[in-house]
Design a protein around this ligand. Structure first.
Ligand code: GS8
Length: 218
């Protein structure tokens, strides 16, 4: 049975899961949820995710929400196909992948998410971006990126010399961030820049990027 992913291709959190499905060569059906028509607040959707957010994955008898948990499930279930994203043959490498997936969620995301919301999300809702919020989070993001610059000067990717789920999880928000006026935060750090260029040359991620057109008409 084909996996069903409820979401939108422009959505960052949907794109995180789609990236993982492409890396694993897993066939899936994207079921569109119209956020603008509040499709995510309908009882049939709330039955799948009581928090009313995309993405949601349905795989046979199991229904999952939270994009990082979904991608971990996909990477684990299909560990034998496509790119090995979780280094399942090495306890140490697998642990490092978990460390850096946590870093994305606990350090990187809290800084980058408000910037993306202010810059792309608010105008779509007819609201004015708050530059003070953007500035405060750019400072936070710079500090995280300084750590990344040091780390990536000793290993090619975040968890080691291998591409993993940890790198992949950074893709959607960084992709939109590079369309803001502050892409120099990435480009001015040579190791971070090389890492980003390497990741974005991956066919699986290029495929995801095709659908990430949010804010293109701004
Ligand atoms: C966040 C999902 C989310 O914010 C995850 O899956 O990683 N921590 C969750 N989804 C947004 C769309 S942006 O991708 C969403 O569904 N927003 C609508 C709403 O909150 O009403």
């Amino acid at each position: 049975m084909v996996l069903k992913l409820h979401g939108l291709s422009v959505s960052t959190n949907t794109a995180r899961v789609v990236a993982c499905l492409h890396e694993k060569d897993v066939e899936f059906e994207l079921v569109l949820v119209d956020l603008f028509a509040c499709g995510n607040k309908e009882p049939s959707f709330l039955a799948k995710n009581p928090f009313g957010q995309i993405p949601v994955l349905e795989d046979g008898g199991i229904t999952l929400f939270e994009s990082r948990a979904i991608s971990s499930y996909v990477a684990e279930k299909f560990k034998e196909s496509g790119t090995d994203l979780i280094r399942h043959e090495s306890l140490e490498e697998a642990a490092l992948v978990k460390v850096w997936t946590e870093v994305e969620s606990q350090q990187y995301h809290p800084a980058i998410c408000p910037i993306i919301y202010e810059f792309f999300g608010k105008p779509v809702q007819g609201l004015e971006p708050d530059q003070a919020v953007i500035d405060a989070n750019l400072v936070k993001l710079e500090k995280v990126l300084d750590v990344y610059e040091t780390k990536l000067s000793s290993t090619k990717y975040l968890a080691g010399d291998f591409y993993s789920l940890a790198d992949l999880h950074h893709f959607p928000y960084t992709f939109y961030f590079m369309k803001t006026p502050w892409g120099s935060l990435i480009n001015d750090r040579p190791h971070v820049k090389a890492w980003w260029e390497d990741i974005t040359s991956r066919p699986a991620l290029n495929k995801v990027a095709e659908g990430m057109t949010f804010g293109e008409n701004q």
